[in-house]
Design a protein around this ligand. Sequence first.
Ligand code: TRP
Length: 452
Amino acid sequence: MSEKRSSFTGKIGFVLAAAGSAVGLGNIWRFPYLAAKYGGGIFLLVYLILAVTFGFSLMVAEIAIGRKTGQSAIGAFKSLDKRFSFIGVICAVIPIMILPYYSVIGGWVMKYMVGFVTGNAANMANDAYFGSYIGKTFEPVVWFALFIGITALIVLFGVQKGVETVSKFMMPVLVVLTVFIAVYTICTMDGAMDGVIYYLKPDFSHFSIMTVVAAMGQLFYSMSLAMGIMITFGSYTKKDISIEASTRQIEWFDTGVAFLAGLMIIPAVFSFSGGDHAALKQGPGLMFVTLPKVFDKMPGGSFIGALFFVMVLLAALTSSISLMETIVSFLMDNLKLGRKRSCFAVLVFSLLLGLPSCFGYSIWSEVTVLGMQLLDFFDFASNSVLMPIVAFVTCILVGYILKPKAVIEEVEISGPFKSKRLFYVMIRYVAPVCILAILLSSVLNAFGIIKI
Ligand code: TRP
């Protein structure tokens, strides 16, 4: 690590870059389907509570660790305590697991975008369209390969500067479109109001441990936590930037986009299904089945739909680029591979690892791991197992080995730390205990040892 690290130009540069990585398919595709599946209002409530407590504390800790050590995850953990080096390695494995299936979904988005742009909107509104599309053997693979190929090209040419520029215009357009679609659905479609109530009003009878497991996995995923990425961002951050204020901004922005995405999708699901709750449990396909129907009803819907899917694609690309960049720089630093070779290696590996996720919906649809479809399995293994492990160990490291004071001092370099108390209690007591409980219950549940 002899090279001088570049740093963000200012506060806005840092917040934008972190938000660009955070806002992606996690917010628009994953959050709504989990909220629909795990109880609507109660999921939202649990998620919000976790975001302002856990999510906040973990993000502050990660950014502070990065800024304090000036290194990315592997180096940072090693320099803080040799015994914790292994966690840096797990941090590197997580994006390697996520990127392939993330790109499979990215491929779906691309297919839909091209469909809307080429005037195929009415067809896509058909109930059976999505199922028959992902059930094809080759086509989803082609779109997936295209998505990951574009990501690799951007990472290869190192044009990340372009990513910031794209984020700057994509995010506001995405937010405006989402609000517009949500308002349109709620105001014009029968039964949509029931969906709004389902989404906003916590119904404790829908609560189960799985609600918390899913909400926590989603929190890590959506805020790009527990995989070292915020440590890397922290290492680029200057000392005069307020870690606390930036974290709050990233967190609210990320949660805001997810919230709006839910408001756009869940009421529409209610309206089209006539309130049939079975429609809520669709899982990963929810957005792809629901939104084209909304666009089909809307005047000018094929244009709005095309614009919307272009924005979602850009959001997905900014995230996949950041995921791939993490892996590429890991290979460059640790295996001393050049940029070209690293990109190529990541591309080939991701293609291979993504194939099972694609085929899981077609020729390998009977193959399940622990009762899960292949894509769901990769999603589960990274979000509900590996990320909680990283988060737990980070809490132990910060809470007991370094002591919270180390992070608090780093935060206070740039001003008072208002939520110091909250941070202390979270990182030392509440977070590790809850994460451990949740990790155990989700693993035992997956292996069928307990039933939750
Ligand atoms: N937060 C991203 C999303 O919501 C996904 C993600 C998780 C990610 N970890 C990341 C993106 C690291 C970039 C870098 O879609």
